[in-house]
Ligand binder design. Structure first.
Ligand code: TNX
Length: 506
């Protein structure tokens, strides 16, 4: 038992419903609180992916508790209770759901898939006292609130985008962003790998792209790029957290960096100077030239070979200098290249006018939900990911005095990132055409990991809840009260965040 002084200092206990994103069903049992014992064991089904989740749980709990928490797939029930992770293989909870039962004598997490177990572990983590986030052992009563949670996501697509083109972020930074996504049960990391200011991934068949095209960044800041091994490391780290990487090669516009490296792709065949500003819409690869399609096929082919996920994002935004007809033909041809690689194409919603192709996905980033062109593309078979600029854009300022960020789509405080409904946001787009939500972070003004975190937190959890939680649970006051406790968690873990006035931080 902890000494009385430590007891006095213990903050209010976490309640079973204090989870972000809020679970589908929560049934508290105040008589069944569970105290994690120093000799607890984590027992996991004999399956490599489930064992990996068990190891991750142990790794989350060991630093603060100082407990050894051995992970075993032994079927012998541990005499000390502890935590059981059961991979049941049944599908009642869908591909990502889980069931968590917390009782006095043991904790049991069940799911049909390792992804479900992984999401359940994120819930479990949040149910421990906030001190669990400490990187060093602390004295605390490691109590979990009793009861059960049955949970599954509203949408299959719950993503965030990181723009590594305007400013480059190295592998450790990206891995840490992946950790933040995992915490809030997101399952997609969209990497905006190329833009006017930088080409960030090595392409063997066009070797000048990364070293020449990736040399700079906005404001003359240092550039950089991922080797293919770096990229594979990011993909593997994400996959271990049940997150799929969605690579974007932005075409035909946003390509100044590629033109610097390969002027043969430029309409006038002249290399432009490297671009360090923040204007958009001026550059494009020549849609009239066969060589351009060789380039697209080579690049997308290499990216596809490096990417186990189903999706390739082809950008398509703001190609202002390409006439509409030419643009639509270009996009249709690139869509066919993606299909030929056996992948599903995604583009920003500007690709809507191009011909339909099987399974294509539009990422909608408008600020006014009346968009007949997108609605028409949906009638022809497209589905949509919602990234409304005035709710989901993580590069918008929180308030007029936010030191970094944009305001072209408005100011986005936490309430604004929370107060919209993905199911009804777009006129003429039925709820079943919505794949989910994604929160993009453009980085014209974002230069460090701490700045990434400052823009992500606390808005990312708001958007994660929009993607995960049933609409029937939507409640701003409940959300901001649950979110408030996360400030302490982030601070304890050394994660930067914006403590704005619309959340009652402790
Ligand atoms: C628009 S949103 C862009 C980006 C900028 C962003 C800044 C989109 C598909 N294109 O190129 O970085 O605004 O907020």
């Amino acid at each position: 038992t902890a000494p009385a002084t430590a007891q006095l200092a213990t903050p209010a206990p976490v309640r079973l419903g204090d989870v972000v994103p809020t679970p589908d069903r929560v049934t508290p049992d105040p008589t069944a609180d569970h105290l994690l014992r120093p000799d607890a064991v984590i027992r996991v089904s004999a399956d490599p992916a489930a064992l990996a989740v068990g190891e991750q749980l142990a790794a989350l709990l060991r630093p603060a508790t100082g407990y050894p928490l051995p992970v075993t797939d032994s079927v012998t029930p541990s005499p000390t209770g502890g935590i059981a992770l059961d991979l049941t293989g049944d599908t009642d909870l869908g591909p990502e759901g889980y069931r968590l039962d917390i009782a006095t004598d043991r904790v049991r997490l069940r799911a049909g898939t390792a992804a479900g177990l992984h999401h359940g572990v994120q819930t479990l983590r949040q149910l421990f006292p906030a001190a669990i986030e400490s990187p060093r052992p602390v004295t605390a009563r490691w109590v979990l609130p009793g009861g059960s949670i049955v949970d599954r996501p509203r949408y299959p697509w719950r993503g965030a985008m990181l723009d590594v083109a305007r400013h480059f972020f190295d592998v450790p930074d990206v891995l840490r962003v992946i950790d933040h996504l995992a915490r809030y049960k997101l399952n997609r990391l969209h990497l905006h790998l190329t833009d006017d200011q930088g080409w960030r991934i090595a392409i063997d068949s066009w070797p000048r792209l990364a070293p020449i095209g990736g040399a700079g960044a906005v404001g003359g800041d240092p550039g950089g790029h991922y080797t293919q091994a770096d990229y594979r490391r990011i993909v593997a780290y994400a996959a271990a957290r049940h997150i799929t990487v969605v690579p974007e090669i932005d075409l035909p516009g946003h390509t100044n960096a590629a033109l610097v490296a390969y002027p043969e792709l430029a309409p006038d065949r002249v290399a432009p100077p490297p671009y360090t500003g923040t204007e958009v819409g001026f550059s494009y690869v020549d849609p009239a030239r066969e060589r351009t399609y060789d380039f697209v096929a080579d690049v997308l082919g290499e990216i596809a070979a490096l990417t186990p996920g189903r999706w390739l994002h082809i950008g398509g935004d703001e190609a202002f200098k390409v006439p509409a007809e030419v643009y639509a033909r270009f996009v249709a041809r690139v869509q066919r290249i993606v299909a030929g690689l056996g992948r599903t194409v995604i583009g920003w919603h500007q690709i809507a006018p191009a011909a339909h192709t099987d399974g294509r996905v539009l990422q909608w980033w408008g600020t006014n939900g009346d968009d007949p062109v997108t609605a028409e593309a949906v009638r022809r078979g497209a589905t949509v990911i919602l990234s409304p600029g005035n709710h989901a854009y993580l590069d918008m300022k929180y308030a007029p005095d936010t030191p970094i960020g944009h305001d072209w789509a408005g100011l986005i405080d936490v309430r604004r990132s929370y107060d919209w409904d993905p199911g009804t946001h777009l006129t003429g787009v039925p709820a079943d055409a919505v794949l989910g939500v994604e929160a993009p972070l453009w980085t014209e003004s974002v230069t460090t990991l701490a700045e990434i975190e400052f823009m992500l937190l606390p808005r990312l959890p708001a958007l994660a809840e929009q993607g995960w939680s049933p609409r029937s649970t939507h409640d701003w006051d409940g959300f901001r009260r649950r979110l408030a406790g996360h400030g302490t968690r982030w601070a304890t873990a050394g994660i930067a965040y914006h403590s704005g006035p619309d959340v009652p931080w402790p």
